[in-house]
Design a protein around this ligand. Structure first.
Ligand code: PXL
Length: 277
């Protein structure tokens, strides 16, 4: 069993089962040392609540990085999600440059948009910054909407494989590493997770659940990072992350009062079983 030191940088939404409150338990459940750098603290996530509080922690980043440098701290993987500001993206880039171990993996989930729209508070400058961060990554994990914002290709509700091929082709001009597009759907019954690396493409296909749930992108990415850093081959890590995410959704689907998040906790034993550690 591997035991890697992984740094994840994303926000703490105090309530909402997304970003850090999902990444820390999931990556820990995958048996890794999980270090955190909170990008911002929000009372809730921004999807469906109103009047939430936001405290951007960007200005803590340089001194935290300096302290870690002084202590000789470095990481086997740095995995980023929802960040606090465009300025913070520069600080994250400095962290990539100075705190990764040799052979470390930089994994960027450009968590900024869904369903054709940017999340509240993000703008073109942020998209530009995220494009830059993706250019430094070994692996990027955009959904279809994020792929559109990153590439400038128009977002479409329905599309064919040629459209996804075009997204991949444009994304590979930005990131020379592995491109994983999530939530690709050509029909009502299936979801494809498309993996493009070294000029080749594969896809893991799983069943589509009609309702969409908040935080599933973060659950998927965190489980992927945990499984991949356990040494699972790319496709197997995608399969584990996808199957786990579907389980989490199935555990939530009958509870209408749980509209704001996904019950990922009760499926953690399934994730651990799938990892066969
Ligand atoms: O799950 C993505 C996410 C993370 N963090 C915050 C969000 C969202 C999506 O809305 O608002 C604060």
């Amino acid at each position: 069993m591997a035991y890697k030191r992984i740094l994840t940088i994303q926000d703490i939404s105090c309530l909402g089962q997304c970003s850090m409150t999902v990444a820390l338990p999931i990556i820990s459940a995958c048996s890794h040392e999980t270090c955190i750098l909170p990008s911002a603290v929000l009372s809730t996530h921004t999807g469906g609540f109103t009047g939430y509080t936001v405290n951007d922690l960007s200005e803590d980043f340089p001194s935290i990085r300096q302290h870690w440098l002084k202590e000789g701290i470095s990481f086997d993987a740095i995995y980023t999600g929802y960040l606090g500001s465009t300025k913070q993206i520069e600080y994250v880039s400095d962290i990539f440059d100075t705190l990764k171990r040799e052979d470390a993996k930089i994994i960027v989930d450009p968590a900024m948009a869904d369903n054709g729209k940017l999340y509240w508070g993000f703008d073109d400058e942020y998209v530009k910054g995220m494009r830059y961060l993706c250019s430094k990554a070994d692996i990027i994990l955009p959904n279809i909407t994020e792929a559109c914002f990153l590439t400038g290709i128009e977002y479409k509700e329905s599309y064919d494989k040629a459209y996804v091929d075009e997204l991949i082709s444009k994304l590979s001009e930005i990131c020379t590493g592995t491109i994983i597009i999530t939530g690709v759907s050509y029909n009502d019954s299936e979801i494809n997770v498309v993996i493009a690396q070294n000029g080749e493409q594969t896809a893991y296909v799983h069943k589509k659940i009609s309702k969409s749930f908040h935080g599933t992108g973060d659950i998927f990415s965190s489980a992927f990072v945990g499984a991949y850093m356990q040494g699972k081959p790319m496709f197997d890590a995608i399969k584990i992350a996808s199957d786990y995410t579907v389980k989490c959704i199935e555990n939530t689907i009958d509870d209408d009062s749980h509209w704001y998040g996904t019950k990922f906790e009760t499926a953690i034993p399934d994730l651990v079983r799938m990892l066969e550690l």
